[in-house]
Design a protein around this ligand. Structure first.
Ligand code: SF4
Length: 595
């Protein structure tokens, strides 16, 4: 499931620094106003304490519940709808406050936005981790950082989900205090909250993206919140997410998948070169979501005992054989990314030049082939531990996934090379089902099969994965027009690379002959300009393509929810719901026509 979300656009870092308003920012801006009077902000925060007192803390707060409680609070106090975002943050903070306080200072992350800096005079540089504040004293960042550093916090001056999730899944911190505008909080904290990480947030006083301000005393108070005795803890998948991530740290990677060849550092050994590059690529980055799916599915079928607060002193209990099979999911994914990057001639991946740009296409193809072999070996070698039947079932599912992925990718390439640029919505959906669903299905199936035969649950896995994969891909297409902070930052990238998306298919179905001709010309032009992208967007908007796609996401999401609801045992039902809530989150209205 090689999606564009892990690709890094060349324009990425530049755009991150001059954040443009995004489509969904515009559509919900009216709900993200900050009460101008400090007294009113305090009043809302106090009311939030009362509201949060009655919330069930055994499970992460869902956005629906949070929104419902915020609307009730706003009605009670008589607040205008514009303060919805602020009120949701206030309630969420009170939901998590005690659990945040239970985390030692040294295990907390303070995430500061670079837009607080003094734009004209700030001497700090950026690197991969964010802004390196020199402490010149030109803005409040230095003060916050100093206080937090002294207490033992890990401090990042960076924006966006990837930076935060990377620190969380690496196991460095167990709680987050984030300062950000309401737009960024919606994007980043939403995911953290769903995973179940204790998080507090202080909204910036504007969404302006430059020279912003914040309630300094609110931040200071939050930073200094002292540790308290353990309160009731919310269940979280974080330990399993970390377990998936840790498998690719050097020690575990080599313990689980020992290298066959020993290549001394600096030695130009041609025989060992493929293995060395393959392992380097494997350790190089990514969200590790596929191995997480397998680990979590196995855990769910065994009662979900590793879904618990992130206490790293209690190790996650998972057999090595299960970890190896989960590792194979990532190995296959990494192989598909290599081939995908070559086919699309992508420039960057995980913040570096793509492997084929660094080492040449033939070498990159070969590393991908090597990883496919490694992935199959990681599973097949467990025949004695897991039983030949279980291993055979998993291998069968993996090989099916490989075939389907290649067919889906092949269909896309065939379409691109075909030249007439016509595609029907049904064909686009078929391609999505082939390209996106099988990898998810294989990871989910493998995890469940590791716990025992699936029997009557087999159809459930296929149906859930198909609907989830298609919905996920449509969301990906829609986000391509939002711009997003998940690395893929150039709007209309799918048009730039002439992909056969559902949006294009829906537009082609309704467009006039002249518009069809225009779109074909634009897609076929190798040097597409910004105005051409804008024109395609206008045509999409004129035919309500975005709204149609949103409706389809809702339909597929409802199907996923229905399947999840029917799943047993409870731990599996909860896991499937978690996938729906984390992967299919898109509850914002589409672009109004003409924008
Ligand atoms: S305090 Fe840090 S972030 Fe603020 S202006 Fe100085 S160097 Fe830049």
């Amino acid at each position: 499931m090689a999606t564009g979300t892990e690709k890094v656009s060349a324009a990425g870092s530049a755009r991150a620094q001059r954040r443009e308003p995004e489509a969904h920012d515009l559509s919900t801006a009216h709900l993200k106003l900050i009460p101008p009077a400090k007294e009113l902000r305090l009043k809302i925060r106090l009311e939030a304490v009362r509201v949060a007192a009655n919330l069930d803390r055994s499970r992460p707060l869902t956005k629906e519940v949070l929104r419902g409680r915020a609307e009730q609070l706003m009605q009670t106090v008589g607040l205008p709808p514009g303060y919805l975002g602020f009120t949701m943050v206030a309630i969420s903070n009170e939901f998590w406050r005690e659990q945040f306080m239970a985390v030692d200072f040294k295990r907390r992350l303070l995430l500061l936005p670079h837009c607080l800096k003094h734009t004209e005079t700030c001497p700090a540089d950026y690197d991969a981790a964010g802004l390196n504040c020199t402490g010149c004293g030109g803005c409040v960042i230095a003060d916050f950082k100093l206080t937090a550093d002294e207490l033992g916090y890990k401090v990042l001056v960076a924006e966006g989900t990837p930076a935060m999730l990377k620190v969380l899944t690496s196991g460095e911190v167990d709680a987050v205090l984030g300062i950000a505008c309401l737009n960024a909080l919606e994007r980043a904290f939403d995911k953290v909250l769903k995973v179940g990480v204790p998080s507090l947030a202080v909204p910036l006083l504007s969404n302006d993206c430059a020279a912003t301000t914040v309630d300094v005393d609110w931040v200071s108070e939050a930073v200094k919140l002292r540790a308290i005795a353990t309160p009731k803890r919310t269940r979280t998948y974080l330990p399993l997410l970390r377990a998936a991530n840790d498998m690719f740290a050097e020690s575990q990677l080599h313990a689980l998948a020992p290298r066959s060849r020993v290549t001394p550092p600096g030695d130009a050994d041609p025989i060992g070169a493929t293995e060395s590059l393959g392992y380097e690529w494997l350790a190089s980055g990514g969200k590790r979501f596929r191995p997480f799916i397998t680990l979590a599915a196995y855990d769910a079928m065994n009662g979900g005992k590793n879904v618990r607060p992130a206490d790293m002193s209690v190790p996650v209990e998972l057999p090595a054989a299960v970890r190896r099979v989960a590792m194979a999911m990532e190995v296959f994914h990494k192989a598909s990314l290599l081939h995908d990057d070559i086919e699309d001639d992508d420039t960057y991946r995980y913040g570096r030049e793509t492997l084929h740009r660094r080492h040449g296409v033939p070498t990159a193809i070969n590393i991908g082939d090597y990883l496919i072999g490694l992935g199959y070996r990681l599973v097949s070698r467990e025949a004695k531990t897991l039983g030949a039947e279980a291993v055979n079932d998993i291998l069968e599912r993996l090989s099916q996934a490989h075939e389907k992925l290649a067919e889906g990718q092949g269909a896309e390439l065939f379409w691109r090379n075909g030249g007439n640029m016509e595609i029907k919505p049904l064909d686009a959906l078929k391609i999505y089902a082939l390209k996106t669903a099988p990898a998810f299905e294989a990871a989910l199936y493998a995890g469940m099969r590791l716990a025992g035969p699936l029997d009557a649950r087999e159809p459930l896995v296929a149906e859930f994965s198909r609907n989830l994969g298609v919905a996920y891909q449509i969301i990906n297409d829609l986000e391509d027009w939002d711009g997003d902070d998940n690395n893929k930052l150039v709007r209309g990238q799918d048009v730039l690379s002439a992909r056969p998306t559902l949006l294009l298919a829906l537009a082609m179905e309704k467009a006039t002959a002249a518009q069809k001709h225009e779109m074909r010309e634009i897609l076929g032009d190798a040097e597409k300009c910004e105005c051409a992208i804008h024109r395609v967007r206008q045509i999409y908007a004129a035919h309500h393509v975005f709204e149609q796609a949103e409706t389809m996401v809702r339909k597929y999401r409802e199907r996923c929810e229905a399947v999840a609801e029917s799943a047993t045992p409870d731990a599996l039902r909860e896991l499937l719901s978690f996938f729906v809530n984390t992967l299919l989150e898109r509850d914002l209205p589409p672009l109004p026509p003409g924008q």
